[in-house]
Design a protein around this ligand. Structure first.
Ligand code: NAP
Ligand code: ZN
Length: 348
């Protein structure tokens, strides 16, 4: 028997978000039921709800930056008990058998990891997933994360996507002391990426489309913030070992590839709907690499949470009630949020 729970979502692409009733499956042996406390608002939610990434089933409640308290566990669950503070990120299932899955890299599951919302759970009941802008959720134990005690739970919610999505490539490309890192776009992903790269010991420069976020970037410990409206400074050509592009819109990536040193790497994280145009010379000239990275695995997400626990890293957030969600979407698109909206789920 399914249970019904309150949520906020939309009845079609581009439609405003409004209160919904959604259903959650009956607890299976390896399932955990979570009473959601906080849900972050990721730009991916906005892309999905706008229809930028293709067809979805409607109505749909988004949300994949979820923090809450375990409210029930299935009969075979051993790792969690009622009352634990836990998180759920971008994925709730994967095949568990392909190469990436066997390495713990479930986001690259060859049969397609199951998104926390707007996806068919093709590895279990074939149900359509509904996300974290909701009062409760049921998730397989192996996709549930533990939130370190010292972290503010509302500020920790965005780590479940923004945190792991930036941590994973920084780790994979061995960023650390001596690395010169550029973070392009200081929004939800970007500002967490800046904090994590600094905690790993890198020198970090922020590229932002205006000067408005300069004081915050410097307060985090960044070396500088470059306002990009007037173009990129010539003196930073061939300067960076590693660039994270977190911009949600289509920007001239060639200009940023020009900032890479010999053998440097630019990792694309932003997912605008339009195709990117790359000039061959932008990568050929410096043996540069243009790479991409998708979220991160469950084990690595736990590692990231523990790292953030040790370094006291959370997102800077604006906590909102559910009725402000449409305003929050508009302000996120306008890059007018410091730096992540988080929904107080008790208001849903
Ligand atoms: P966000 O909070 O809206 O931040 C995006 C930032 O990009 C803005 O704060 C702004 O930074 C900059 N920006 C936005 N529009 C711009 C424009 N027209 N020109 C130049 N700069 C612009 O978004 P987010 O939640 O961090 O997500 C960023 C992107 O990553 C989205 O496309 C999202 O779907 C994607 N994403 C990817 C993954 C993955 O696994 N690869 C995971 C999560 C999200 P400034 O004000 O500093 O310029
Ligand atoms: Zn996200």
């Amino acid at each position: 028997m399914t249970t019904s729970t309150r949520a906020i979502g939309a009845h079609g692409p581009g439609r405003p978000l409004e209160p919904l009733e959604i259903t959650r499956r009956e607890l299976r042996n390896d399932d955990i039921q979570i009473a959601i406390q906080f849900a972050g608002v990721c730009h991916s939610d906005i892309h999905t709800m706008n229809g930028d990434w293709g067809e979805r089933q409607w109505p749909l409640a988004p949300g994949h930056e979820i923090v809450g308290i375990v409210s029930a566990v299935g009969s075979s669950v051993t790792a969690f008990t009622v009352g634990d503070r836990v998180g759920v990120g971008c994925f709730v299932n994967s095949c568990g058998e392909c190469d990436p899955c066997s390495q713990g890299e479930i986001s690259y599951c060859e049969r397609g990891a199951v998104g926390t919302y707007g996806d068919v759970d093709r590895f279990s009941d074939g149900e359509y997933t509904q996300g974290g802008y909701s009062r409760s959720i049921v998730v397989r134990e192996s996709f549930v994360l533990r939130i370190p005690d010292g972290l503010d739970p509302a500020g920790a919610a965005p780590l479940l996507c923004a945190g792991i999505t930036t941590y994973s490539p920084l780790r994979h490309w061995n960023v650390g002391p001596g690395s010169r890192v550029a973070v392009v776009g200081m929004g939800g992903l970007g500002h967490v990426g800046v904090k994590i790269a600094l905690a790993m010991g890198a020198e970090v420069t922020v590229f932002s489309h205006s000067d408005r976020k300069r004081d915050d970037a410097l307060a985090y410990g960044a070396k500088d913030l470059i306002a990009t409206r007037d173009g990129l400074p010539r003196e930073l050509r061939k300067h960076f070992d590693f660039i994270l592009n977190t911009v949600s819109a289509d920007i001239d990536i060639n200009a940023y590839l020009g900032l890479l040193r010999f053998d440097g790497t630019l990792v694309q994280l932003g997912l605008p709907g339009e195709p990117m145009k790359i000039r061959a010379g932008s990568v050929v000239n410096r043996r540069g690499s243009l790479a991409g990275s998708l979220v991160g695995g469950i084990r690595e997400t736990q590692e990231m949470l523990d790292f953030c626990g040790e370094h006291g890293i959370t997102a800077d957030i604006e906590l909102i009630s559910a009725d402000r969600i449409n305003e929050a979407y508009e302000r996120t698109v306008a890059a007018d949020v410091r730096y992540r909206f988080v929904i107080d789920a008790s208001t849903i």
